[in-house]
Design a protein around this ligand. Structure first.
Ligand code: KIV
Length: 275
């Protein structure tokens, strides 16, 4: 069944948990889609796991369009959400609308996601009014890593916890259809999920959220630069890939690959006539 923002809304009403994963290319999106995932996020984490940057700051709108369109071609039923990268929406409502429009038209997104609370409410409102569904992102918002001074759990004291709850209410009021809550204590995430009408998708936010998301390379053991505490490995695909690569190298070096069944034939007489 095709997942839409209406499906997400109904899932929250029915108490049905929403599953999301990231993807950045056609083949992975197709596999996740065939597995029955509800939503695919083309996250700006592509800066880390695909492009090898140390953070998401350098990711561009063009990067997101390129990868968003590839994912959209592979996802038949999942809702495809494409991240608005750093500085594509913070400066002005005009920038936010222009870039959200490009992600929809050129990146074939079903919705866009942007980071921040009350301060980006005008951007959210304007994008939503243009007919583009917006997903919010609160808690540890990686585009603000330099302001946070590192990747840290958010909302740990009274004031910070209250601000997160207020921000969740503010962006819900502004029109988000859902929001991601990253790296916050479980009890706070549960309280926020119960306090807003839209589905809260957690990552490092405990089981009390309305849904969960993970970066697919993390849950498959394909990215070893660092592993956050909240990641569970659902597969060991990274080591399976490395073993397969080693086997391939050995067979190429030994001359045992390609074998006859991997090769194309031609009559010997024809070869013999060549001069
Ligand atoms: O960019 C991303 O992958 C994200 C998820 C971590 C939620 O924003």
């Amino acid at each position: 069944m095709k997942n839409t923002v209406a499906t997400f809304k109904k899932a929250k009403q029915d108490g049905k948990r929403i599953s999301m994963l990231t993807a950045y290319d056609y083949s992975t999106a197709k596999l996740e889609d065939e597995a029955g995932i509800n939503g695919i996020l083309v996250g700006d984490s592509l800066g880390n796991v695909i492009l090898g940057y140390e953070d998401t700051i350098s990711v561009t709108v063009e990067d997101m369009i390129h990868h968003g369109a590839a994912v959209a071609r592979g996802a038949k039923n999942a809702l495809v959400v494409v991240d608005m990268p750093f500085m594509s929406y913070q400066c002005s409502v005009y920038d936010a609308m222009h870039n959200a429009g490009r992600l929809m038209k050129e990146g074939r997104a079903g919705a866009v996601k942007l980071e921040g609370g009350r301060e980006v409410a005008p951007q959210i409102q304007a994008i939503v009014q243009a007919g583009i569904p917006v997903m919010g992102h609160l808690g540890l918002t990686p585009q603000s890593v330099n302001a946070f001074g590192g990747y840290k759990v958010q909302g740990k004291d009274q004031e910070a916890a209250q601000k997160l709850l207020d921000d969740a209410r503010a962006i819900t009021e502004a029109g988000v259809f859902s929001l991601v809550l990253e790296c916050v204590p479980s009890a706070l995430a549960k309280k926020i999920s119960q306090s807003v009408s839209v589905p809260v998708i957690g990552i490092g936010a405990g089981a009390g959220c309305d849904g969960q998301i993970l970066v697919y390379q993390d849950m498959l053991g394909m990215f070893s630069d660092y592993t956050p505490k909240f990641v569970k490995r659902f597969g060991e695909i990274g080591s399976a890939m490395k073993t397969a690569f080693q086997n391939y190298i050995e067979e190429v070096e030994a001359g045992t690959f390609p074998a006859g069944e991997h090769s194309y034939g031609i009559g010997n007489d024809l070869i013999e006539k060549l001069y």
